[in-house]
Design a protein around this ligand. Structure first.
Ligand SMILES: Cc1cc2nc3c(=O)[nH]c(=O)nc-3n(C[C@H](O)[C@H](O)[C@H](O)COP(=O)(O)OP(=O)(O)OC[C@H]3O[C@@H](n4cnc5c(N)ncnc54)[C@H](O)[C@@H]3O)c2cc1C
Length: 503
């Protein structure tokens, strides 16, 4: 039987950082990282703006960063968690730098700190506008060399197996789909770490890549973990508007921090009507102001105006954004850039404690799939990569302390799924996904929404999907779609329960 001491699901910043730290501390433990596509295909590698850390103790302070985070979270942050994450940030940053991650400096060798919406100080460390890619590359490079880590790409986890003895439930292994050999298999383990990212693909407009289908959250819910705050999906105000792309290309918050304006069809700035901070208000405020403006005008996008900015500096600081605009025939130095708010980040998720532990003691959730209490209603820009590092560290320490108490289960498990095969149902499920995205988006962004009706319609879609797989054979599109359905139903339920105002 396949066996590993620790199984990590996901190869983004949280999974890789956890793997690296745990492997260094515990060379006696075997670690497998599974990822459903190529290892680099993550939200992490798309992160542009950077990572928020207090490094300048003259102008800035932990208290200011704490205050900005609490303010952005709209009263729903857990203050102890906010303190823990922000005060630990410099140590975690140091560890990233020690493995060769590079962040931009000015000509005097000082950090070139960016400013983003909701931050009262320049405190964002970045690697041009490809910070996530730089971090992902360096972490992958190091973990590929570690003898006690195996990285299994193109292995999609289907479900967690749990066992309950003497009223105590533990996670004893996972069922997964080995895409290369086209087979469903089982691996037993003593600890499972979910680092599966978010669920942006539930929405029509999103900055999240195709992998972001909420799999980890759906699996955790099925296993009995608690899921909270899923009514708080963060929309990023400045996704590049094109009617055809999925995901939409992000124009980083740092561009507004650099001085770009948001203007309407008449080339007029309008954000000050809604918030005195204008372009530098938090994401929820800016997205909501744009949505209101779009409803008033009946248009489908507004614009980012960078024409007044220094062209050479703009191109030097945002080479990827500039190149992407240029490819579409948009010259930021003379053209307005069309933008629209897009689903970007799930602020809620699998409920965890300060060590990343879920309600199941040997099941951890870290990174975007977890709800730690840091973000409240609305994540402060560039706090997500930081949260992933801090909780990967906390979870790693806790696994070191507690794994001796979790032994392998001796039960032999035969995959409970009949068989795996790749039927050509990709297209059918792409159409179903679009239907689901339409339903969820309409529900989430509509003031007049009807939760019960949406719930029923989502269930109808699911029944139809089940009828498509007449023999009930498992296929990747079916698994992903079922997870998306499960997460959509949770969002609708939690929105209804909280009577949340429109985003
Ligand atoms: C365009 C963009 C820009 C961003 N910019 C910033 C920024 O500047 N600063 C910041 O702090 N945050 C930013 N964010 C948010 C941040 O990047 C993410 O929250 C963070 O990277 C999530 O990391 P993670 O480790 O949780 O998971 P991810 O990086 O999302 O990785 C998820 C992993 O899980 C795997 N997976 C999922 N389901 C399964 C399954 N069933 N089986 C096997 N594997 C599975 C995936 O294949 C992937 O490897 C940005 C996000 C986006 C989309």
């Amino acid at each position: 039987m396949l066996t590993t001491d620790i199984l990590i699901i996901g190869s983004g910043i949280s999974g890789l950082f956890f793997a690296m730290k745990t492997a260094q501390k515990r060379p006696d433990l075997s670690i497998v990282i599974m990822t459903k596509e190529a290892a680099r295909n993550t939200n992490t590698q798309l992160a542009q703006g950077g990572i928020a850390v207090v490094t300048d103790l003259i102008k800035d302070s932990f208290n200011k960063h704490i205050h900005d985070t609490l303010r952005s979270g709209g009263g729903l942050c857990d203050r102890e968690i906010v303190n823990m994450v922000i005060t630990q940030a410099p140590e975690r940053l140091k560890e990233l730098i020690e493995i060769g991650t590079s962040f931009d400096k000015d000509e005097k060798g000082r950090w070139n700190l960016g400013l983003e919406g909701g931050h009262s100080q320049h405190r964002i460390l970045h690697h041009k506008d490809s910070s996530g890619l730089e971090i992902e590359r360096k972490l992958l490079k190091i973990i590929r060399k570690m003898p006690n880590i195996e990285l299994w790409e193109n292995h999609m986890v289907i479900d967690l197996n749990t066992e309950t003895r003497k009223n105590k439930t533990t996670c004893t292994g996972v069922f997964f789909y080995d895409k290369k050999h086209n087979r469903i298999k089982y691996i037993r383990t003593r600890t499972v770490v979910l680092s599966t990212g978010g669920c942006g693909q539930l929405f029509e407009n999103t900055t999240n890549p195709k992998i972001a289908t909420g799999d980890g959250l759906a699996m955790a819910a099925r296993a009995g973990a608690e899921i909270v705050d899923m009514q708080y999906i963060q929309f990023h105000p400045t996704a590049l508007y094109t009617s055809k792309e999925n995901p939409l290309f992000l124009i980083s918050e740092a561009v507004r921090g650099f001085g770009a304006h948001i203007v309407n069809e008449d080339k007029k700035r309008f954000l000050f009507k809604y918030d005195i901070r204008g372009e530098l208000a938090t994401r929820d405020m800016v997205s909501s102001a744009i949505s209101k403006e779009l409803r008033l005008s009946g248009k489908d996008h507004v614009y980012l105006d960078c024409r007044h900015l220094n062209k050479a500096e703009f191109y030097a600081n945002f080479p990827i954004i500039a190149a992407h605009c240029n490819e579409l025939g948009i010259k930021p130095e003379k053209d307005l850039i069309p933008i629209v708010p897009a689903a970007h980040y799930q602020c809620g998720g699998i409920k965890v404690d300060q060590n990343g532990t879920t309600a199941i003691p040997n099941l951890y959730a870290i990174g975007e799939c977890a709800r730690t209490g840091l973000h409240g209603k609305n994540r402060l820009a560039s706090n997500s990569l930081l949260e992933a590092l801090v909780f990967a560290h906390q979870a790693s320490e806790n696994v070191d302390r507690t794994i001796a108490g979790f032994l392998f289960s001796n039960r032999i498990l035969i995959p409970k799924f009949p068989k795996a095969h790749q039927v050509d149902d990709y297209l059918a499920f792409e159409i179903l996904k679009k239907e689901l995205q339409k339903l969820v988006t309409a529900f989430y962004t509509n003031e007049e929404r009807d939760a019960d009706l949406t719930f029923e319609k989502i269930k109808e879609l699911h029944n139809y999907a089940v009828s498509l797989t007449q023999t009930h054979e498992i296929t990747i599109p079916f698994i992903e779609f079922s997870n998306m359905i499960a997460v959509s139903l949770i969002i609708v339920k939690q929105c209804k329960a909280s009577n949340k105002e429109m985003c």
